[in-house]
Design a protein around this ligand. Sequence first.
Ligand code: DPP
Ligand code: ZN
Length: 896
Amino acid sequence: ATVTRREDYAPPPFWIDSVDLSFDLDPAKTRVLNRMRVRRNPDVPAQPLRLDGEELNLARVLVNGQGTSFKMDAGQLVLENLPAGSEPVELEIFTTCAPAKNTRLMGLYVSEGTFFTQCEAEGFRRITYFLDRPDVMASYTVTLRADKAAYPVLLSNGNLVAQGELEDGRHWAQWVDPHKKPCYLFALVAGKLVAREQRIRSRAGTEHLLQVYVRPGDLDKTEHAMHSLMAAIAWDEARFGLPLDLERFMIVATSDFNMGAMENKGLNIFNTKFVLANAATATDADYANIESVVAHEYFHNWTGNRVTCRDWFQLSLKEGLTVFRDQEFSQDMAGSPSARAVKRIEDVRVLRTAQFPEDAGPMAHPVRPDSYIEINNFYTVTIYEKGAEVVRMMQTLVGREGFDAGMKLYFARHDGQAVTCEDFAQAIADANPASALARHLPQFKRWYSQAGTPRVRAQGAWDAAARSYTLTLTQSCPPTPGQPHKEPFVIPIELGLLDAAGHALPLQLAGEDAPHGTTRTLVLTEPSQSFTFVDIDAAPVPSLLRGFSTPVILEDEASDAQLLTLLAHDTDPFNRWEAGQRLVLRAAIAAIATSALQTSASGPLDAQILPTSLVQALREVLRHPQLDAAFKELVLTLPAESYIAEQLDEVDPQRVHAVREAMRLQLALALQADWQWAWEQHQTPGAYRPDPVCAGRRALSNLALHMLCLAAQHQGDQVWPGKAYQRVKTATNMSERFGALSALVASGHELAAPALERFHALFKDEPLVIDKWFALQASAPDRGGQVLPIVRRLLQHPDFHLTNPNRARSLIFSYCMNNPGAFHRADAAGYQFWSERVLALDAINPQVAARLARALDRWKKLAEPWRSAAREALARVAAKSELSADVREVVGRALA
Ligand code: DPP
Ligand code: ZN
């Protein structure tokens, strides 16, 4: 396999100014005529033109209308005899491809009778020969021809300029994209689709047509996506002054899609999961995800499309920034300060449960990687979520207005260009010359170049005589593959100090004339630094890393009593939540170290793992008269098994599972009356509305029902399972229906089976709901090893299709990646299942297979016998000769 290195970047030897593509669409054999205007890059020494191509049948190559000699080399089409000089050349290439056989879903493929494309990162080369790299930007004209009855809708990027009929029942349409773009943003769609349409007028008075295309029958599930799109357009204009630059903006949904969605210029293609929603089929979480993914792809129109990446090492230039933008958007849409905090906690939870392990494992890479074998393996939580945190830190260091000014400068400098992460950081710093970012820019950029999660140790000392409090912050970062030694980072630490009664103290640093508020940001740049606060009458309770101002692991000496104070009083909702999580983690880790708990077929053990003081504090949060339901649900939800496991040096997954299950039961029993109260108080009668307040109430009442079913199952009581079953039958929205079904499945009650059957019968024609049905069973708590046989049986279910990524993820990924207690079996049968599925998927779709391959990333942390068994499973996969580069890179790094 070939390694691509960032340091090898060289500008392209040729530019492609314009592309005229004609497609004769046929599932078995599509003919593609590509006429390009190509010219030599005068800044680069003359060399042959090498065009990328993959699985194409080449029929003809013409240069300025004449036949020409060419050769094939490592899949590339090489033209050695192009005329010298800088005159443009007309290059005509005629190829065919087989979309119906394209199970990789990269390039041009067919899904349920409709043609779709996916070109990012390197799929365009599966459509035609091209300089398939993001720094080559061209103008596109696209003509589509297809059978009119089978493919009545013909779409591509930009504007529809002409269309007409052909003989034999065929028709055609021509699209012109007014903007230059890299080829990874090319798209076409052809099929039987219907659209919800909306006309809007921008702040500047321009008119635009918005369309959401879906299969006939799904139109009643497009309202929320359209509303989300309109909100995203308005927000980007209001917050950043960035308008929609197209007359027409289209979203098209497909049920066969490798990722979430794709920001093709003017023609976004989406996984149906992130478009389709109505009250009956989608949960509150689905509604929120749709809002954020629709916005994310729309925001790419500026951050990604207008200003794009110089090379794929710069992927976070567009992804980190666009995730940051969609997070900011979702917070603004959430409205109230507490709803914003809920969104922030959810984002941090993803970062810490998915990105931190990545940063500590074999796939660890900087936000701007130095090398890759397969770029598809680097669409990661590090590039996306950690990349967003890096942008967020810049905003923290320059302030919100400073950040907006930096964005303006970024577009003023780079609109229409393909640039680097450094260019972005430079623009933000240059717009804020007096800021801490500008002062420390070279050091700040280590966030782009150094992998690994930094650790910050905080030690506080109160000096009674001086009435001062000195906080010493010390940073370090563990080695990662290829980076044994790390230099210090720039670490903004937002903090506050509380007195013992929980009141916020005014913050005055030594040397200052007066206090500056009760929350402020310290910037740690040295390996170790001390900060002294004056006028402090008693030892304070520090509230550090408020809002999770930096993606680090904080190690402080907070006592349980201090954490209880924060849980009860901190004005920073993030740290309030965090205090509860830390107390639960402490109890869990202590229990894991000392007890030999195991779950049994009869369910979790009734053990007192959480101290009474914590249970009481959690009760007070649950009963709190002012706190929002959504926030309460987050506080009362235990950390995931995978997150608990990350805190340990050596992991016995069965013990982690048993302890977490026992904590769950303990909370269910100790707070039984409170759960009942919460359930009764948080019903949301009336028409379904997906707003944060209603969604929060449903989340809390679902958690309550789950706990009540768990307690009932333990006590042999039938009332709550009966209520849950009734709700599965009669609920009028999916959030409540699925919450009730989950409660039955998670408690292991015998009513779970008939409830699952009924649920399947109700929704057998709704693929996204059937995905949930598979996922729920695959992620059910294991009691005596029953989950794997169920998963194996479901593989044979008539509704299971390995070729459909959503379905493969719902069953296989849910089991291997979302259910550690069931996956990490002492008999290694879970790993055996994993290796079989990786290989089966790899033959169909390497990109999806490589994601599944990562389920064993953290095998070196496992205790025996899991560790040896996991290594054997990895070695079994690695030993296959016909492996894709995608999977080979992942298992190779895991075993290295
Ligand atoms: N560029 C896409 C995104 O929005 C990747 N599928 O993240
Ligand atoms: Zn993106």
